[in-house]
Design a protein around this ligand. Structure first.
Ligand code: ADP
Ligand code: MG
Length: 293
């Protein structure tokens, strides 16, 4: 088709039948900026990533089950093509231990105890959550009653046996009423927010599916939420040594204000159907990346 200026590949997990429902919207927004955009499996070894102007790993859901392989793919692809977000950002963001760095930069985060293989731990007071440091889509997370210490300890040991670091957090009960607020950013600017309902049922054990299934609705983030999310993203950029063209910061209501649950810079669902204009802003940002503007 004449008029294509650039070729863009959205890298995805193989068998991407559950493609983000907003893909046609994003593809059309990209087309209006001159990008011919296709979806390709990130682990397809026949792919010549260098032939694309931009490779965007936005649909690589489930990479966490093959994180070492995925990070070497990102490193290699970032060396051969323009990877957005950059490989350094992806490597920094793949392990939630980045929360320690955010906290060191003064960003409020969900209080977390990190339990590495072989380390002892004691549960916090009240209900609590155990989850792996490397994960997405709530995989491997579970919520425990104060009396369920033994089951939780078995969970921690299973994570350790798999070589993972466990995260233990007090269950943030305001989530049940206020929900989780996800603030989406393009080029460091907040574009829109959605509210996500709670995901972990008491006593349900570990989440074993790969994709989140929470109730989503459009919302308007409060000023203090935008402020905390913006600081989290700025800290992430400094710590990773590169900026993020697209980002999502997930917040919960803590005891004294918003706290960061996670910063998603690899394959965030951007909830573009809730804010179609954000797709246009992402396409424009990608055009700026390619032109160096
Ligand atoms: N400390 C917590 N308190 C309450 N709910 C939590 C907590 N940690 C995780 N959850 C629930 O589990 C989900 C997945 O956890 P999250 O830290 O976002 O990991 P992932 O990267 O897998 O999305 C969250 O969206 C939330 O519903
Ligand atoms: Mg999450």
């Amino acid at each position: 088709v004449p008029g294509w200026r650039w070729h863009l590949a959205v890298a995805a997990s193989a068998g991407f039948a559950e493609l983000d429902a907003s893909w046609p919207l994003l593809r059309d927004a990209l087309a209006r900026r001159g990008f011919r955009a296709v979806v390709e499996a990130w682990d397809d070894e026949s792919m010549g990533w260098a032939s694309f102007d931009v490779v965007m790993p936005l649909y690589c859901w489930g990479y966490a089950t093959r994180v070492a392989e995925f990070l070497s793919w990102a490193e290699a692809t970032g060396g051969a093509a323009r990877l957005v977000n950059p490989a350094a950002v992806i490597a920094w963001n793949a392990d939630k231990r980045y929360l320690v760095e955010l906290a060191a930069d003064g960003v409020p985060v969900v209080p977390t105890t990190w339990v590495g293989p072989g380390e002892q731990w004691t549960p916090p007071a009240g209900e609590f959550v155990v989850k792996p440091a490397v994960a997405s889509g709530a995989a491997g997370a579970a919520r425990y009653a104060p009396s369920a210490g033994e089951a939780a300890d078995r969970h921690v040991r299973r994570l350790h046996a798999a070589g993972a670091t466990a995260m233990v957090q007090p269950y943030q009960s305001r989530l049940d009423t206020a929900g989780e607020t996800a603030v989406v950013f393009v080029d460091g600017q907040p574009t829109h927010a959605v509210r996500k309902g709670p995901l972990l049922d008491a006593g349900a054990g570990e989440v074993d599916r790969l994709w989140e299934r929470e109730a989503i609705s459009a919302t308007t983030a409060r000023a203090e939420q935008i402020e905390v999310a913006t600081r989290a993203l700025a800290s992430a950029g400094r710590r990773a040594g590169a900026g993020a063209t697209y980002a999502r910061v997930d917040l919960l209501d803590g005891e004294t204000g918003p706290v960061v649950l996670e910063v998603e810079l690899i394959e965030p669902t951007l909830h573009l159907l809730h804010a179609p204009e954000a797709a246009g802003r992402l396409a424009a940002a990608l055009a700026r990346v390619v032109t160096g503007a």
